[in-house]
Design a protein around this ligand. Structure first.
Ligand code: MG
Length: 241
């Protein structure tokens, strides 16, 4: 292998080749939005309210929740508020309304750093900006009440409408039937490493993870994927079309 000629500084290996990217597929929770809200809800608020609503002893309530968390990980049902309702409402003496419970924490819904400008720059450069999310449609609606995300996106695809989670090859096959994009000229940014692997298997060429999906959480090891941690730096050289 020969060395680069003097003065021909190669781009850092993690820099995105924007000239080779037409479509940017973007996850919502933990990528565009701070996962803090979801972590607070599922780890703290919801278990506490489930104990109150069910009247179960806390160890019994937590065992039921944890069994569901672990058993359904990576499946569409894990993300489905209707399924959660069906599974847990019979335990509850009072109405179990997951969206109402989420709404109690809605003040924690916020963008990750630099996201509005990042999306504006992608749009100005003519990139197709597409949300791909496993979040339940009612959760998406709640988040869109708090952040003006829909105005900054060109398309939105929800795993519940597609009928498969992003962790499944079926999601990507069905997405390709509904969205015009060239996998070889597409970037996916997602904090879900299993979803990134499924997208890679499908043939999506440019893949980036997120090191700190939750601003209050611990940094994640994103290997084998590179991380896109600074949305503003990553798009600083992106020229408007
Ligand atoms: Mg995510």
């Amino acid at each position: 292998m020969s060395d680069s000629p003097r003065g021909d500084t190669p781009a850092p290996h993690h820099a995105l080749p924007w000239g080779e990217i037409d479509t940017v597929l973007l996850d919502m929770d933990g990528t565009l939005l701070d996962l803090d809200f979801d972590a607070r809800f599922w780890k703290e608020h919801f278990p506490q309210r489930y104990v109150e609503l069910s009247g179960l002893a806390e160890p019994e309530a937590m065992a039921r929740l944890n069994a569901r968390f672990e058993g359904l990980r990576g499946q569409l049902a894990w993300y489905c508020l209707d399924d959660w309702h069906r599974a847990l409402a019979p335990d509850c003496r009072n109405e179990l309304d997951l969206i109402a419970l989420k709404r109690e924490l809605a003040h924690h819904i916020r963008y990750r750093h630099g996201v509005p400008d990042f999306l504006e720059r992608l749009g100005a450069a003519g990139k197709q900006r597409v949300l791909v999310t496993n979040a339940h449609p009612a959760s998406v609606d709640l988040k869109f009440e708090r952040v003006d995300l829909s105005a900054r996106l060109d398309r939105l695809f929800n795993a519940h409408e597609i009928g498969a989670a992003k962790e499944s090859p079926r999601f990507w096959e069905r997405l390709a039937e509904q969205l015009h994009f060239d996998p070889d000229r597409t970037l996916l940014v997602d904090d879900n490493l299993v979803a990134l692997a499924a997208a890679e298997d499908f043939g999506i060429r440019h893949l980036r993870a997120i090191t700190l999906p939750n601003s209050r959480g611990e940094p994640m090891d994103t290997a084998p994927f590179l991380a896109l941690d600074d949305f503003l730096a990553a798009t600083s050289a992106l020229a408007p079309r």
